[in-house]
Design a protein around this ligand. Sequence first.
Ligand code: FES
Length: 156
Amino acid sequence: MLAAGGGLTHTMSCRSCPLVDRREFLLTSAAMLTTLTAVSATQQEARYPVPAADGASIDMRRQVILVRDVGAVYAFALSCPHENTALRWKAREKRFQCPRHESRYTPDGTFTSGRATRNMDRFPITHSGNEVVVDLTKVYRSDAEAALWKAARITV
Ligand code: FES
């Protein structure tokens, strides 16, 4: 329907439009917002069962290494502090090693040899019931935040 100025009247154009139903649009938008919020929440933290035994496991999707060693649990960034190569756990030798330049680290992330110049980077970690909660929004470097790096562990 043409309005006095020559354009379509607002009421007629909205009611006749098959693609835009206001109620459906709002419901879809709310669902999308809920999904985005959930995705955002999962990207900010990761939850894992408390490891039952000493050793390391790697969450490739989140780039997190979870370690239990001698009554403590740590969460490390997967990337080597030297040039960001994914670190590997050598279970038999009970240590980490970088496949690129051979830097080595103890299970608590302490640098022992190679080209790296600091320990493995640690995520903040807390204990919640039977889970460990890893804060993925920050990482502590041993050379820049030594006290925070040292405290980024839980006892089990
Ligand atoms: S990238 Fe790991 S030691 Fe160089």
